[in-house]
Ligand binder design. Sequence first.
Ligand SMILES: [Zn+2]
Length: 85
Amino acid sequence: MFCPKDGALMVPKKKDGKTVLVCKKCGYEAPVSDEKKYKLVVKIPHTTKDKTAVVEKELALSFKQDEEEREELRRQMLEFLVEEG
Ligand SMILES: [Zn+2]
């Protein structure tokens, strides 16, 4: 969910035993109407981060001897991951 005031991404936060969505930018709070749906949305950036970490690890192992080439390939890989979404 996005903040109706400024369009920033809202993050879940526990308040009085309930989960509410809070805007990190302006502090606007909204009740969570569909928690499952929200969880599905936050999974996407997490997966992308894991994927990037794996790629960087693999590249570090494969191109230890050629720093310049490794950096170039890493950059290309990250661009690819961004495009893929
Ligand atoms: Zn806001």
